[in-house]
Design a protein around this ligand. Structure first.
Ligand code: COS
Length: 382
């Protein structure tokens, strides 16, 4: 049975993240949500505190944290604002392909200067005609002498307009399907790299999302990660690593929903007593608490599995899928406990529902997670 008690170091990281979340993120969460403002000053501070490049080893200038430590931090940040958290952890997603597929020389040359000061990076896999079917991407990488020429369009790219580095997945040979995909590092200044307009989103409005177009963008062959056909495997292994923190993000949203709803239920009176004394409310709070505890356990179990060196494909999909489905239910019940007030923007719970929704969609829709889970499960019975 794994022991999930946090070490002193884990606890001090949790404290650091909690203080930053409460002091710097939470006071601006409603305003950024309403205005769709990208609070760069908060992201800079996250970088200065070592809360940004969490997965990058210290030898390349990152924070070098275990996945469990990353999850502990992400839950705290998401408790304050899931949108800001998405922008803060997008670097982990974008840099993971370099950690998994890059040579030692590439890691030193790319990660060390990147992590040395505040920079954002974007992971470019999804395309307008292909999100879930990642093996069918249409962006082309045409070899030409010492270069590749990239053409195509990526969409729903977190931090797209603000990134100084993109990790891009493109097909060198569409006939080979997923085996023809390669992964590349593309610096922002490359001619032909064109970030599109910011999307207007339902939630996560403090994060920025756009298309990124590659119009005959020429990049040196040395910017390819791994061999030509390694791209799909690099993308899948990246997502194995990064879906677990999405479980943590969803857990943070759900914990915030309980905290708001429980506090409100003790204050709000109906039929001559606080609504917390009505069983209808108690049953809701109890179900919400069980969902959050189970989400956190699945998330920590997945992180623990991956920290032990296992791939964690099954565990990360379970954590991401269960925690995000649970966050939707818990946020919904929090609104119900607030009644009409919960539907109003003056109260914090409607934002939680809008934010929870994205966790069911990004980093692989929950339908994809269920396919992955079923495939892994059935393997044991073959
Ligand atoms: N790690 C390493 N390799 C993996 C893998 C993993 N987790 N999952 C699959 N692969 C490999 C398989 O072993 C197989 O290898 P071979 O070339 O030796 O045959 C190959 O990848 C294809 O696997 P599979 O047949 O399972 O691929 P499918 O196209 O059927 O499905 C899914 C793959 C649906 C799981 C994948 O496309 C996916 O995760 N889609 C969602 C993408 C996503 O999350 N997008 C969000 C982007 S970030 S916002």
């Amino acid at each position: 049975m794994p022991d999930f008690s946090l070490t002193e170091e884990d606890r001090s990281l949790q404290d650091l993240a909690r203080k930053f979340a409460k002091g710097d993120m939470a006071p601006h969460a409603a305003e950024c949500d309403r205005a769709g403002r990208f609070p760069e000053e908060i992201y800079r501070k996250a970088f200065e505190l070592g809360l940004m490049n969490l997965n990058v080893p210290t030898e390349y200038g990152g924070s070098g944290l275990t996945l469990l430590q990353q999850c502990v931090i992400v839950e705290e940040l998401a408790h304050a604002c899931a949108g800001m958290t998405t922008s803060i952890i997008a670097n982990c997603l974008a840099l993971e392909p370099i950690l998994l597929g890059g040579s030692e020389e590439q890691k030193r040359a790319i990660l060390t200067p990147f992590c040395g000061s505040y920079h954002l990076a974007s992971f470019c896999l999804t395309e307008p005609a292909g999100g879930s079917d990642a093996g069918a991407i249409a962006t082309r990488a045409r070899p030409d002498g010492d270069s590749y020429v990239l053409s195509g369009e990526k969409c729903f790219i977190t931090n797209g307009p603000h990134a100084s580095l993109y990790t891009v997945f493109a097909s060198v040979d569409p006939a080979l399907k997923h085996r023809g995909i390669a992964a590349f590092v593309v610096p922002r200044g490359t001619p032909g790299v064109v970030p599109g307009r910011e999307e207007e989103k339902m939630g996560h409005r403090a994060s920025s999302t756009s298309t990124v177009r590659f119009e005959e963008a020429r990049i040196p062959k040395g910017n390819r990660l791994g061999a030509e056909g390694d791209g799909f495997s690099i993308a899948m292994r990246t997502l194995d690593q990064t879906r677990t923190p999405i479980g943590a993000l969803a857990t943070g949203i759900a914990q915030a929903a309980i905290d708001h709803a429980a506090a409100y239920s003790l204050k709000r009176q109906t039929f001559g007593k606080p609504i917390a004394e009505h069983q209808a409310i108690q049953f809701k709070l109890a179900d919400m608490a069980m969902k959050v505890a189970a989400s956190r356990l699945l998330t920590w179990q997945s992180a623990w599995t991956i920290d032990r060196g296992e791939r964690g494909t099954l565990e990360s999909s379970m954590a991401k899928c269960f925690a995000s489905d649970s966050a939707m239910r818990v946020a919904d019940e929090a609104i119900q406990i607030f009644g009409g007030y919960g539907y109003m923007k003056d109260y914090p719970v409607e934002k939680l529902l809008r934010d929870a929704k994205l966790a069911q969609i990004y980093e692989g829709a929950n339908e994809i997670q269920r396919i992955v889970i079923a495939k892994q499960l059935l393997k044991a019975y073959e």
